[in-house]
Design a protein around this ligand. Sequence first.
Ligand SMILES: [Zn+2]
Length: 374
Amino acid sequence: MRIKALPALLLALLMLASCHGPELPPDTGAADTGDTRDTADTAGDTLPDTAPDTTADTTPDTAPAATEPELTLTGDGVIVDGLRLAVWESDGRKYIAESALERAFGRSFEGEGVTARGEKYLPYPETTDPVDCLRLTDPEDGTVYLSPRGSYEIPEDRKVAVLMYHAVGDRPWGLIDLFVRPADLEEQIEYILDNGYDPIWFSDLGHMEDYDKPVILTFDDGYDNNYTELYPILQKYGVKATIFVITDKVDDDRYLTREQIGEMAASGLVSIESHTVTHPDLRVLGEDELEYEYSQSRMDIARMTGRIPTVVCYPSGEHDVLARRVAAEYYKLGIKMTGGVWSTSSDPMRVNRFFVPRDLTLAEFRGKLRYVDP
Ligand SMILES: [Zn+2]
C-alpha cells in the first residue's frame, strides 16, 4: 500500500525523533537504592535499538555489535526484607538487576532477561511473582514489600521460652516491675549464652533445626530506653531481641523514634513486631476496629523498617475469640503475657510467655528456662 507523501514525511520525522530515545533519569534516584552500578556512566552513550538508525552512520560495520536495551529508572518501590531494589523500564517492560535480586533473596534466579552495561536484568514482577514470600503493597504510594523471611513455617513440638520484658533502666518512671535493671539484664543474657541457649527471633522458627535451646527475648510497648539501654547490650553480646511497638506512640515522649526503630531493625539484632496501633483492650473492639489495629500497625512497621511484621502481641495480654480470629488474618502468631513455656504445637494465636519482673533472681530466671532443655 502506497503511503502518501505528507504522512510518510511525518513518519520519517517521528522515527528520527525516536532514535534519540527517552530522557535519562537524573542520577539522584539511584542514591538510595543500594545499587551502585546504575545510571552514572550511561548518559547519552546509547541509542534505542527499536528502530534502525537512519542518520548517516559512517563507522565501518566491522562486527555486528550486540544491541543493548536502554534502561530507564522507574520510581517504583520494591523492598525485600529491608533492602530497596531499583526497578528499570525498557520498551514497556520492567526489570530488576539479577545481582540485586540475588543479594536480596539470597538465592539465584533462572530466566530470560536483558543485558545492559555488562549486567543482566530480569523481568519484574514475573521473576519475583513465583517466589515463596510474604507480600504487602502500600495503598498510598504503591511500594511493594516482599519478605522471604516472613514466609517461615512453624515447626511442631518444640519448646520455646518466650521472655517478656518492657522497659530497661535503673530509675523507673512507671510501674516498677516493668523496668529491668541493665545490669540484671546483662546477667540474664550472660546466663543464656553461657548455658547454650539460642536467642532467636520468631522468624527463625523456620529453621529450628539450627537451635537446641531456643529462647525469644521480647520487649513490649517500644520505650525509648529500648534504644538507649537495651540496644547497646544487644550489640555488646550480639544477641537478638524482639520489640513490640505501639505504632501510634512512635516519636512520642518516652517512646522510640522512627529513626531509632529503623536503625535497630537494620542492625540484624532487633525484630520489630506489632503491639497494635493504639494499645486498646481488643475484647471491646468490633471486627472493623480490630482490622484497623492489626492492618495499620503492620503497614506502619513495614514503612519504618522495610520489613513485614508477622507477630502481634495483644495489649495487656487481653484477647478473645474474635480478636484472635481477626489477628490470624494478618499475623502468624498472637502473643499473650503469661502461660509459661510455649509449645509450638499449641494454638499459634495463643503463644505463652514468661514475665521477667524487675526483682526476679537469677535462680528464678534459670527456673523459667529449664523447661526448654531438650
Ligand atoms: Zn503493652
